[in-house]
Design a protein around this ligand. Structure first.
Ligand code: ZN
Length: 130
């Protein structure tokens, strides 16, 4: 899938997903106790999971909306940057997706703790793609 993803194309079942996010401008991010960081222009990935009603489709539909009250860390980024692709993994585990993304050359965690407040395994669930 390329261009603006259509959530209607996504499965309305629980699972994990990866958002591929692109920004052409620097994004200044301040979140609670995390260190303030400027994300340089480039491509990023966010791994999440949706277990609630509507599954992946409902969650990604929310990610794609610009006019939302920030709730998750990733909302600070998706309010400004563009989601250019969504990959879904039925029954998948977002921490395993993080590990796979981090195996790519140049991939790194720009903000430790970002998107992984509930996770004890990953440095973050947000990855700068090299
Ligand atoms: Zn994790």
């Amino acid at each position: 899938m390329q261009g603006a993803p259509d959530p209607d194309d996504l499965p309305a079942v629980p699972g994990a997903y990866v958002l591929i996010i692109e920004t052409e401008i620097p994004i200044f991010v301040t979140i609670g106790s995390l260190p303030a960081t400027t994300l340089p222009p480039g491509r990023y990935a966010y791994a999440g999971s949706a277990r609630g009603p509507g599954g992946i489709r409902a969650r990604v539909r929310r990610h794609l909306r610009k006019d939302k009250k920030p709730h998750w860390h990733i909302d600070r980024v998706t309010a400004v940057a563009e989601i250019i692709d969504v990959q879904t993994f039925l029954g998948g585990d977002e921490c395993r997706l993080v590990a796979e993304l981090m195996a790519k050359p140049g991939a790194h965690h720009p903000i430790t703790g970002f998107g992984s407040s509930d996770c004890r395994n990953c440095a973050s669930h947000f990855i700068a793609l090299g």
